[in-house]
Design a binder for this molecule. Structure first.
Ligand SMILES: [Cu+2]
Length: 99
């Protein structure tokens, strides 16, 4: 059993750990313009749902301006998926732009 520990450690170190890393070149930042947010519950609903998606690092939206920013790992998700999540809640993504 002990003889398995070292190979297991090496396996985890070289094969499992790197896959969980986020590489700087995969991180994308987008600005969003969202239609339909009227109060802070709208803001929270969007932030909560998007934050739960795999690959999302951060999302912040402002219901007063309709603007938001999202930061994500492009290896794990993309803007189309984020847009679908937001629109699934009943809002509309009018515009998005890489920043
Ligand atoms: Cu609201």
């Amino acid at each position: 059993m002990k003889s398995l520990i070292y190979p297991l450690f090496v396996f985890l170190l070289f094969f499992v750990v790197p896959k969980q890393n986020i590489y700087a070149e995969d991180i994308k930042n987008y600005s969003l313009t969202i239609e339909g947010m009227t109060c802070s519950s709208c803001k929270r609903a969007i932030e909560k749902s998007v934050q739960k998606m795999p690959g999302i690092i951060e999302i912040k939206v402002n219901h007063q301006t309709g603007k938001g920013i999202v930061r994500f790992d492009a290896k794990k998700t993309n803007l189309e998926k984020i847009k679908k999540t937001i629109e699934g809640l009943g809002y509309k993504v009018l515009k998005y732009e890489e920043i």
